[in-house]
Design a protein around this ligand. Structure first.
Ligand code: 5BU
Length: 273
């Protein structure tokens, strides 16, 4: 697997332009942290993005939990993404027939395709969902089409998750079938060992985002299950996603710095630095 290589090396060889960008940002900022900014107002979201911007590679949003979403939300996020050099991941988890997800991704109230570099989907509906989202991204005008990518939700961190076994294997198959749009996975580990049907290509280099990362807790009362940055990166996470561990900390900026440092040290150890 390519996870033993540095972000810099993967940035220079990866066939997907958005994956290259992700690795470049990580390398430039020495951060593999994605903050899950699960706050419910535009002001809180933008304040958090501005405060934490220097320490993160990606901001993950749940744009539909905002009580006051509007054009100012998007303009603000985009300006901060520029200012601090981070990418935007909307954790919308598309899960429907192709015709519906295309409308949810492009247009509508949320206009996700216009501002989210990264989106994700469940493959419960079958391969068609990946094809439909890829089609929408490809049909977008430059400069958007060039830097849009999908993460397949191959596993989940909640207790009793059904995203296992054949479901996870099919996630790998679909990722291999749509390499120009699928960046990789949201999963708890690298999926190189999963017995998929479609064979890997020589240059395969999936990007692994791992949610459920927390330094001070092992879970919540609703079934969330946590691992540490060390554990996640050791199991193959290229980007660690932390929500409450950062934004609900007494000092979110200090927490972000701490996750950045620990995530980076774990990465350096993995690549043999
Ligand atoms: P937390 O506060 O670090 O527990 O937030 C985790 C975030 O990651 C939250 O936005 C979830 O919706 C998201 N998440 C997750 O926790 N587990 C998963 O398997 C997936 C997403 Br996919």
């Amino acid at each position: 697997s390519k996870s033993q290589l540095t972000y810099g090396a993967r940035a220079s060889t990866h066939p997907n332009p958005l994956a290259r960008k992700l690795f470049q940002v990580a390398e430039a900022k020495k951060s593999n942290v994605t903050v899950s900014a699960d706050v419910t107002s535009t002001k809180e979201l933008l304040d958090l993005a501005d405060q934490l911007g220097p320490y993160i590679a990606v901001i993950k949003t749940h744009i539909d939990i905002l009580t006051d979403f509007g054009p100012q939300t998007i303009a603000g996020l985009q300006a901060l993404a520029q200012k601090h050099n981070f990418l935007i991941f909307e954790d919308r988890k598309f899960i429907d027939i192709g015709n519906t997800v295309q409308k949810q991704y492009h247009g509508g109230t949320l206009r996700i395709s216009e501002w989210a570099h990264i989106i994700n989907c469940s493959i419960l509906p079958g391969e068609g969902i990946v094809e439909a989202l890829a089609q929408t991204a490809q049909a977008m005008d430059f400069p958007y089409g060039a830097d849009r990518g999908l993460l397949i939700l191959a596993e989940m961190t909640s207790k009793g998750s059904l995203a296992t076994g054949p479901y996870t294997a099919a996630s790998v198959d679909y990722a291999r079938k749509y390499p120009s749009f699928v960046l990789g996975f949201v999963s708890t580990r690298s999926l190189g060992e999963v017995p998929a049907t479609v064979a890997a290509s020589a240059d395969e280099d999936f990007v692994v985002f791992t949610t459920g990362v927390n330094l001070s807790s092992t879970g919540d009362k609703l079934g969330q299950q946590y691992q540490t940055p060390q554990s996640a990166v050791g199991r193959g996470a290229d980007f660690i996603i932390a929500g409450r561990g950062i934004y609900a900390a007494p000092d979110p900026q200090e927490a972000a710095r701490q996750y950045q440092q620990q995530g980076w040290e774990a990465y350096v150890a993995r690549v043999g630095g």
